[in-house]
Design a protein around this ligand. Structure first.
Ligand code: MLT
Length: 325
C-alpha cells in the first residue's frame, strides 16, 4: 500500500476544502445555458421560462446561447467540452438519447459526457401543415401524401431532432417517404410553414399551440394517448387511424461531466423551485405541457431516463435504417 506524504495529504485536504468553498459561494458569475437549436423554437421556449426562474433563485443570470445544427448534436458537443465549473449548462431533449444510435460517430458519449441535473418537462408532438394544404383530416393528408409524395415537403430540425424522430415514425407508419427540409430548429421551420414555403411539420405543442389557435396552420393529430387539455379539438393520431404512435419529447438539464457534485445539487434544487414557479406552471399548461414532479428533477432520474431511452429507441431507429455520419 502506497503511503501519502504529509504534504500530499495537506494538498488533498486543501483542494477538497477549496472545492467545497467554491460550491458554497456558487454561482458568483452569470451562467450560460446552451440550447442546441435555433432561437424561437420549443427548446428555446422551455429553456427561457426555466432559466428566468432559476436566475431568481441562484442570484445570477442564466443566459441562453442558441447553438443549432446537426439535430442538436453540435450544441451538445459544445456543452460536453465546456469547463466543468457550473457556468455552462445544456438544456436538451429526447435527441440526447436518439442521437446515440442515429449518429455513427458522435463527438461525445451521451452516457458519460454530462453530469445530469434533472428532468424538466415532457412535451407532446402535433402533426401540422401550412394553412392551405389540401387536406382537412389525417386520412385525407395521408392519401394526399401518398399520391404526391415527390412534391410534398416535410420540415425538421436535422437528424436527431424531435421533429426528425416524429417524421421518421410517421413516414414509416404510412410507408411513404417525403422530401425533408432540414433547419437549425423548428423556430425557423415554423416561419417557413407559416409562409407556405414548406408543407408539413411535426412539432411540439410548445411551438404550435399559438399558431393552431390563431388559424395560421392546420393540425391533424396529436402523437399522444389522449387529446391535449389546451387543444381539445385536435384528435389523436390514433383517432385518425394511426395506432402505436404515442411518445413524448422529454427535456433535461445537464452540466459537463466533472462538475462538482455540490454545484450539481444546487442547480437541481434551483430547477425544482423553477418547476414549482406558478408562472412556469401556468405557461407550460397554456402550451400543452407540465413540469415533471420534483423527484424527477434530479440527477439520478435524468441519468436513468437517458439510459432507458437509448435502449428504447435503438431498435426502432435500426428498423427505420436512418443514420447520420
Ligand atoms: C427546437 O427547439 O427547435 C426543436 O426541439 C427542434 C426539434 O427537436 O425538432
Amino acid at each position: 500500500m502506497r503511503l501519502m506524504t504529509p504534504l500530499a495529504v495537506l494538498a488533498g485536504i486543501f483542494s477538497a476544502s477549496l472545492a467545497t468553498a467554491e460550491a458554497q459561494d456558487y454561482p458568483t458569475n452569470p451562467i450560460t445555458v446552451i440550447v442546441p437549436f435555433a432561437a424561437g423554437g420549443p427548446t428555446d421556449t422551455v429553456t427561457r421560462l426555466v432559466a428566468e426562474s432559476m436566475s431568481k433563485t441562484l442570484g445570477q443570470q442564466l443566459i441562453v446561447e442558441n447553438v443549432g445544427g446537426a439535430g442538436g448534436t453540435l450544441g451538445a458537443a459544445r456543452a460536453a467540452e465546456a469547463e466543468p465549473d457550473g457556468y455552462t449548462l445544456l438544456l436538451h431533449h429526447i435527441g440526447m438519447a436518439t442521437s446515440a444510435t442515429l449518429y455513427r460517430k458522435l463527438p461525445y458519449d451521451p452516457k458519460t459526457a454530462f453530469a445530469p441535473v434533472g428532468l424538466v418537462t415532457e412535451v407532446p408532438m402535433i402533426l401540422v401543415s401550412r394553412k392551405d394544404f389540401p387536406a382537412n383530416n389525417l386520412q385525407e393528408l395521408i392519401a394526399y401524401v401518398k399520391e404526391h409524395k415527390d412534391e410534398v415537403t416535410y420540415a425538421n430540425a436535422g437528424v436527431g431532432a424531435a421533429s426528425h424522430l416524429c417524421g421518421m415514425l410517421f413516414m414509416q407508419a404510412i410507408e411513404t417517404q417525403m422530401t425533408t427540409v432540414p433547419y437549425k430548429g423548428t423556430g425557423p421551420a415554423m416561419t417557413d410553414l407559416l409562409g407556405g414555403q414548406v408543407d408539413l411539420l411535426c412539432d411540439q405543442s410548445t411551438n404550435t399551440t399559438g399558431q393552431i389557435k390563431g388559424g395560421e396552420i392546420k393540425a391533424y393529430g396529436v402523437f399522444a394517448d389522449q387529446r391535449l387539455g389546451n387543444l381539445p379539438d385536435i384528435p389523436t393520431v390514433k383517432e385518425g387511424g394511426l395506432d402505436g404512435l404515442s411518445f413524448g419529447i422529454w427535456h433535461g438539464l445537464y452540466a459537463p461531466a466533472g462538475t462538482p457534485e455540490p454545484i450539481v445539487a444546487k442547480l437541481s434544487e434551483a430547477l425544482k423551485v423553477a418547476l414549482a414557479d406558478p408562472k412556469v406552471v401556468e405557461r407550460f399548461a397554456e402550451l400543452g405541457t407540465a413540469p415533471v414532479p420534483a423527484d424527477q428533477a434530479t440527477p439520478a432520474a435524468l441519468q436513468q431516463k437517458v439510459l432507458s431511452e437509448i435502449d428504447r429507441w435503438k431498435p426502432v431507429i435500426e428498423k427505420a435504417g436512418e443514420y447520420a455520419d
